[in-house]
Design a protein around this ligand. Structure first.
Ligand SMILES: O=c1[nH]cnc2c1ncn2[C@H]1C[C@H](O)[C@@H](CO)O1
Ligand SMILES: [Zn+2]
Length: 361
């Protein structure tokens, strides 16, 4: 059995379902792109100082304040070359960390300030991902990146973005999502977008149960018909621990578990936004023990100064997980991906299981 440390974790084949393109830029790239496009609003002028600023500013305990930090990354992702570069580097960084399959999301409507159309924005990002996959391959690494198009939940373009996602299906876009401030912007505001996706047999996930609790999760499932829950961590509000120490599930928690609705859990991000007060108290432990379909995710690598390997290491250190646990969460994620079933199985059988077998020894 290989010792479970960061370098071994980086060799494990990992699957990432919840990662924001505009939350994962390299600090040096933010600086260089800002210089290229004349953006002078950055709060620091060296890469280490900028990295620290993002992590500390995102550590606010409030989702709204956390989201304010994206103004700086979005500002430098307004040109074709900027978008292409950020996507290319994202694929390369994921491959370098041993991620073999990722679904990366971003909101095209936030990248129109310099006159690009929604279609052009998506095209540039897709070009970048293909270039990043090829660059990784020449280094002997492999990664496949699918794109989720996000609509901002406080805005009113979700139907248009859902149509964009369906239009680009088969060209690298695999699904749709809504994100942004959760309180006051319930998923049901965007019913027509979700209906459009369902009518087109297309997949979507919804950020729900992060800053707001059970009503948001209930709407996402019962009204909108979501395939997965972005975070969904507040499902624990529907689980009580009895006097005998035995957890009792309410009807919504039972439904989520019975239907095997995947939870895209993002441990570090949840602590930063205050969804959870400390990693030791993260419901990942309870939800995994109760055999919910839990998956491990980064959310925003820049804001949390993290990677998939580091998120896994934090869970190992907090909950004592071993390789077989991590393999189970990885297979959970692969089963929950939005690519066709046969392709998911192929990755499980040909990449994930053999990769973990080497580490388990
Ligand atoms: O964890 C999150 N919750 C809600 N919204 C988020 C989260 N992380 C990033 N976002 C927002 C900010 C980005 O600009 C947007 C699209 O990626 O999604
Ligand atoms: Zn997110």
């Amino acid at each position: 059995m290989t010792a479970l440390d960061l370098s071994a974790l980086r060799r494990a084949p990992k699957v990432l379902l919840h990662d924001h393109l505009d939350g994962g830029l390299r600090p040096e790239t933010v600086l260089e792109l800002a210089r290229d496009c004349g953006y002078d609003g950055l709060p620091a002028d060296t890469a280490p100082a900028l990295a620290t600023w993002f992590r500390e500013a995102a550590d606010s305990g409030s989702l709204e304040r956390y989201l304010e930090t994206f103004a700086h990354t979005v500002a430098v992702m307004q040109t074709p070359t900027g978008l292409e570069r950020v996507a290319r580097e994202c694929a390369e960084d994921l491959a370098d960390d041993g991620v073999v399959y990722a679904e990366v999301r971003f909101a095209p409507e936030q990248h129109l300030e310099e006159g690009l159309t929604l279609d052009q924005v998506v095209e540039q990002v897709l070009l970048g991902f293909r270039a990043g996959e090829s660059a990784a391959e020449t280094r002997g690494q492999r990664v496949r990146v699918g794109v989720l198009l996000t609509a901002m939940r406080h805005a009113a373009r979700s139907r248009e973005i859902a149509e964009l996602a369906v239009r680009f299906r088969g060209r690298g876009v695999v699904g749709f999502d809504i994100a942004g401030a959760e309180a006051g912007n319930p998923p049901s505001r965007h019913l027509d977008a979700f209906e459009y996706m369902r009518n087109n047999n297309a997949h979507f996930t919804i950020h729900a149960g992060e800053a707001f609790g059970l009503p948001s999760i209930h709407e996402a499932i019962a009204f909108c018909g979501t395939d997965r829950l972005g975070h969904g961590v507040r499902i624990t509000d529907d689980i009580t621990i009895g006097d005998d120490g035995v957890p009792v599930l309410g009807s919504l928690a039972n439904y989520v578990r019975d239907k095997r609705i995947p939870l895209e859990l993002c441990p570090s991000s949840n602590v930063q936004t205050g969804a959870v007060d400390a990693l030791e108290n993260h419901p990942f432990g309870l939800l995994a023990r109760l055999r919910f379909r839990v998956t491990v995710n980064t959310d925003n690598r820049l804001m949390s100064d993290t990677t998939m390997s580091r998120e896994m290491l934090r869970l190992v250190e907090t909950f004592g997980y071993g390789w077989t646990d991590l393999e189970r969460y990885t297979i959970n994620a692969m089963k929950s991906a939005f690519i066709p079933f046969d392709q998911r199985l192929q990755l499980i059988d040909e990449v994930i299981k053999p990769g973990f077998a080497v580490l388990v020894g």
